[in-house]
Every structure is written in C-alpha cells, then in structure tokens.
Design a protein around this ligand. Structure first.
Ligand SMILES: Nc1ncnc2c1ncn2[C@@H]1O[C@H](COP(=O)(O)OP(=O)(O)O)[C@@H](O)[C@H]1O
Ligand SMILES: [Mg+2]
Length: 295
C-alpha cells in the first residue's frame, strides 16, 4: 500500500502520459477508466442530468468525461483530494464558470430536462433557481436585513414592504438565525461572527426560493460549533431543496449527505450511498482516500 500511496500523492504533478504509464502497472481496481464511474451515479428522479461533461481551462482538461445524476431533494457530497475538480464541476451547475474567460464546458448538462448551457437561457434566473454558498462567508457590506432582501428585491418577489419583511423573517428563520438577529436587523452584516455570516449567506441564498443550493466547503472557515449549526441547517433544508456540498471533511460528508461522489484528478471515480462509500467503497482509490492514505 505504501507504494500505491507514494505513487498517488506525487502523481498530480506528472504529465498525463506519465500518469497513464504508471497506472498500467497497477492492479485493475486502481485504474481509472475515463468516463466510467463505479457505484450508483444515476438517480431515479433526477433534478440534474449531467452527461459526458468536460471542462477545460485553456488547454488543460480539469473535468474528464463525467456523467452523473443529482436526485430531487437529495444531499450529495463531493469529496476528493485538492485540485481534483470538485469546485469546477459544482460551478457548472449554475454556470458560475461563465465568469472565467478561459473556461469552456462541454457535454450535456440539464436541469429538469432543460439545457443549462442553452445560449438563450437567462443566467440570472438560473442562479436564482440554483443558489450558491461559498467557502468564505461573503455578506454584502450592508445591513442584515438588506443582505437577505437583496435577491427578492432584484427579482421583484415582493411588492409591499410587509411582503419583503415576511421573506426576510422566514429566510432568517430557516437559516436558524432569526432569534439571534431579530433585534438588530439594521446592524451591518460584517459585524457578525463568521458562523453567523455564513448562515446569513445561506438565508440570502434561500430568500429567492431556490430549488437547489450549491455549497463549496461552506464550513471550512468556521469553528466546530458554527460548523455543527450549519450542518443542522443542511439537514433541515434537505427536506425542501436539492443540496450539493463540496467538503474536505469526510465526517461532514458522512453526517449530512445521502450519496457521496469521489473525484480524483478530474475523474468521477465512484458514487454510492454515503454509508457504503465510508464502510465498503467499491474502488481502490476511494478506499485509499477515505482511509487517509492520500489527499
Ligand atoms: N480559474 C482557473 N483557471 C485555471 N485553472 C483552474 C481554475 N480553477 C481551477 N483550475 C484548475 O482546475 C483543476 C481543478 O480545480 P478545482 O475545481 O478548484 O479543484 P478542487 O475544488 O477539487 O480543489 C485544478 O488543476 C486547478 O488548478
Ligand atoms: Mg475547491
């Protein structure tokens, strides 16, 4: 196993051809076959149908022929070593990669059977349906109230002040923040603790009634108590939303998700029920990662 370990930890720096040659000498189950994902990559009631997805940054191929369904109201966790493409793949789901000039996305990506990359698609509307929460809490330098009211105002979701008040309150309640902030809605969001800021960003994302919430390592800047609160929140939100969460923490993936997807060097190696991934993974590379042999 040590040989496998040292091979894998250093391979990220190797050119593609060298990597392929190295894998030729390995037992079959450690080989990554492009486009093949072991386990259960498909879902019976898919919200997203993603087929043969490839993402390029200039000439570099960061996502290599990935096909995956994401089920309605499921929580799916993306795990894998740093640089394996988790964020890149996540950003395809609401076209967040559009803002990166050198980035090109190929393949078929559908949300409710409609092409996400249809040039006629309204990207602002797409991002209201597929909201996003980032690694570092990024509240606007505005009041707590105005942060949550921002999306509903832009999208014209409330005609009267009282409607807007209702949306702000219900979003803050869903984000588990209402009791902490109800007496200081006019205070600046930037004065909140990191954990509160992240829950505020979640409130801001859900204020426009999205169908999906994408979270890219939402707890990596938070302490354990704030992390526990966000995880509780994910469990509550999972009743009404489809949630895709990238996480570095395998414990977190195990706690919050129904299925877990293991990424490796731009490939999607394995997708399975979360308990299966963490107790009896089907692919050797998944096993090496979850047992801490690399990553
Ligand atoms: N904006 C970018 N421009 C160029 N290359 C990028 C960019 N973002 C990510 N990459 C490259 O794409 C690969 C996947 O990165 P990323 O999706 O950030 O991985 P992860 O989230 O799993 O750590 C890496 O090789 C990374 O260097
Ligand atoms: Mg990332």
């Amino acid at each position: 196993m040590n040989t496998l370990n040292s091979t894998i930890t250093s391979e990220a720096n190797l050119p593609e051809e060298t990597r392929a040659q190295k894998y030729d000498d390995k037992p079959a189950e450690t080989v990554i076959e492009e486009g093949r994902t072991v386990g259960k990559p498909l879902a019976s009631d898919p919200k997203f149908k993603l087929r043969n997805v490839e993402v390029f940054y200039g000439e570099a191929r960061a996502i290599k022929n990935i096909s995956l369904d994401i089920g309605r109201n499921e929580v799916i966790a993306f795990i894998g070593p740093s640089g394996c493409g988790k964020s890149t793949f996540l950003r395809c789901l609401n076209r967040m990669n559009d803002s990166i000039d050198i980035c090109r996305v190929k393949g078929s990506l559908q949300l409710d059977d409609q092409d996400i990359y249809d040039p006629k698609r309204d990207v602002v509307e797409l991002r209201a349906r597929v909201g996003m929460v980032f690694q570092k809490p990024n509240p606007f330098p505005k009041s707590i109230y105005d942060n949550v009211a921002y999306g509903p105002r832009i999208h014209g979701l409330a005609n009267r002040k009282s409607d807007l008040d209702d949306i702000v309150e219900s979003s803050l309640r869903k984000a588990g923040l209402w009791d902490e902030v109800k007496d200081r809605l006019d205070a600046s969001a930037t004065g909140m603790s990191g954990g509160q800021q992240q829950r505020l960003c979640i409130a801001r994302a859900i204020a426009v009634s999205p169908e999906v919430v994408l979270m890219d390592e939402p707890c990596s800047a938070l302490d354990p108590i704030a992390t526990a609160k966000v995880e509780e929140l994910i469990a509550e939100l999972s009743a009404s939303y489809t949630i895709v969460i990238v996480t570095h923490s395998m414990q977190q993936a195990a706690r919050v998700s129904n299925r877990t997807a293991y990424f490796h060097l731009g490939h999607l190696v394995e997708v399975n029920d979360t308990t299966k991934v963490f107790t009896s993974p089907e692919h050797e590379l998944t096993e090496s990662y979850i047992t801490g042999r690399f990553g």
